[in-house]
Design a protein around this ligand. Structure first.
Ligand code: NIG
Ligand code: FE
Length: 403
């Protein structure tokens, strides 16, 4: 058995109100002065430090890593349910132009498609591994990766295969935009995406997604693509409401999508549809930051009964941050979330957006994916924006090298 004992935790956030020492009306299941025990990569016990000794005696034998948190907070590893990390090249010139007042449109995607098609497997693999380390150093222990910068069968298959080397959560986004070679044959591209391209990718992916927005795909087109994925056993998620209003949310909810993402533009009908569904609304405030758009109102969504997740959307165009602490700070400052809500949405919310029960929480049996902060509570993630507060990270109970 390999074990992990974390003692001297100033505040332990479990996202499990049933944790010993937590208030049962606290969704964060937070325990002050706590300890946590993990065995073979899973949480075995969490609770007050004062109750830890008999649990240590009962559960820990053999090879044990003992860590004194010295009053630091411990939280579940972040679950970043929305990234586009399989790409080559960068688009900082577009960012400079936007900061000078230009509008974000989906047009820049095609320049990343050209750079990605030209990159060899080794380069793309090295980029994905670099991002995996970059995310871990900021406390992200589970992340999704989308295809969508290949847009032909061979390249989409390649991106899906390479992404699957770093995560189990890979999403087919062949319907990102229509590539240049199909500019005059939209119907032909939709046939490809819902047929041979999808068939080539299905073996590597868990999810299907469509960019349903102005300049991308219509709600009817999205419905066709999502249905093609569903008929092959894939779970459904959708980009909708980033650039304008539309029917995407209702298309997704009608298909029991795990998540609708962006949601910068939502009608009252969209909000009602989400509130009455199992579909999570994943907000990506790094995008509004990097495109100078207005921020969505997370507080209103939560009050309406919508389950809200937070994710990075890390991609070279609309938002090139991989930092969930930064996303949390934005959510608190700009989206009207409390620090508790933002932390929950970046962990448990992300897990729900991926329909995962084993991550995003620290209850017995959960994966021992945890982050020790150089701060007495998670509130400091927003209170001290931009400060690197992640001191240690464990995935499956194993300490990750953060250098
Ligand atoms: O989620 N909106 C669509 N796709 C990405 C941006 C892609 C890009 O600009 O390269 C997004 O924001
Ligand atoms: Fe995205």
């Amino acid at each position: 058995m390999s074990g992990l004992l974390l003692e001297g935790i100033g505040l332990l956030v479990t996202n499990d109100p049933g944790t010993p020492g937590a208030r049962d009306d606290d969704p964060l299941g937070a325990v002050p002065d706590a300890a946590l025990i993990a065995c073979d990569g899973r949480v075995a016990w969490a609770g007050p430090q004062a109750d830890a000794a008999p649990q240590v005696e009962r559960l820990l034998h053999g090879d044990v890593e003992r860590v004194d948190a010295s009053g630091g907070a411990v939280i579940p590893g972040f679950v970043d349910s929305h990234t586009h990390l399989a790409f080559a090249g960068e688009r900082s010139a577009e960012f400079v132009a936007r900061m000078a007042g230009e509008r974000y449109t989906a047009g820049g995607i095609l320049s990343t498609v050209a750079a990605t098609r030209a990159a060899g497997d080794d380069r793309l693999r090295a980029t994905l591994l670099r991002f995996e380390r970059e995310l871990a150093a900021q406390g992200t222990t589970t992340f999704e990766v989308k295809t969508g910068y290949g847009l032909d069968t061979a390249n989409e298959e390649r991106l899906a295969r390479l992404a699957a080397e770093v995560t189990d959560e890979v999403t087919f986004l062949g319907a990102h935009v229509v590539p240049a070679e199909f500019a005059h044959d939209r119907a032909g591209y939709l046939d490809l995406v819902t047929g041979p391209m999808l068939d080539a990718c299905t073996q590597h992916v868990r999810w299907i997604d469509v960019f349903c927005d102005e300049g991308a795909f219509t709600a009817d087109e999205a419905a066709r693509v999502l249905d093609a994925g569903r008929s092959r056993g894939l779970g459904v998620r959708l980009h909708a409401g980033q650039l304008g209003f539309g029917d995407g949310v209702r298309v997704a909810v009608a298909r029991d999508a795990a998540s609708v993402d962006h949601a910068t533009h939502l009608s009252p009908e969209d909000v009602a549809a989400l509130a009455g569904s199992n579909t999570v609304c994943t907000l990506l405030p790094g995008v509004e930051f990097s495109t100078r758009q207005r921020y969505p109102d997370a507080r209103a969504l939560i009050e309406a009964g919508v389950t809200v997740a937070l994710a990075s959307d890390c991609n070279p165009g609309s938002c090139f941050t991989s930092s969930m602490p930064f996303v949390i700070a934005l959510a608190v400052r700009e989206l009207g979330m409390t620090p508790d809500q933002a932390l929950w949405s970046a962990t448990a919310g992300g897990a729900l957006a991926l329909r995962r029960e084993d991550v995003g929480r620290l209850s017995p049996g959960s994966r021992a994916d945890l982050v020790l902060l150089d701060a007495p509570s998670h509130v400091h993630l927003a209170y001290r924006p931009g400060v690197p507060l992640v001191r240690r990270v464990w995935r499956h109970g194993i300490a990750l090298p953060l250098g």
